[in-house]
Design a protein around this ligand. Sequence first.
Ligand SMILES: [Cu+2]
Length: 195
Amino acid sequence: MSTRVFFFVVTLLSATLIGTVTAGYFIWQARDGQVDIGGPFTLTDQTGRTVTEDAFEGTWQVVFFGYTFCPDICPTDLATMSAALDDLGPLADEVSPIFISIDPERDTVEQLASYHEYFHPRFSMLTGTPEQIGAVAREFRVYYAKVESDAASDYLMDHSSITYVLDPAGDYVTHFSHGTPAEKIAETLRGLIAG
Ligand SMILES: [Cu+2]
């Protein structure tokens, strides 16, 4: 093994280890109820209305971060959540699914409004200034970054894909990882709503 390859492997392993330890620590703390995920925000929804966290108080909040140009993860998660909400039927009225864009540059109110048509009507799709998005992403400990490419308008965003569930008071209760089936999500939400 050449020195360069060796260092590359060491770097890769270190990065993986740090990532795993960080994620493990986060989940462990979250289980302990010590991490506070979420907080106050001011954003704009797909109808152009300014909304804060107060708009969702009193409902179970299911919060995603992503972007409408996302080729796979976001549309899959949003479709799965839509199916879970259909499964809940009238109980879905007690749930507020919230999709927050981490790509405010392209996710305008108009863009969110047309994306909204593809998913469950209960969805709120939120965007804001880069500062507003940065602030809310920090509160939810969400990682996102632009993937540099040659095409200026056709870039991808790298982002964490955890779905957070907050109780009606806005406190973190649990999360779903990408790939959780709709039936499992509906079952969890049904249990939470029933208390
Ligand atoms: Cu995505």
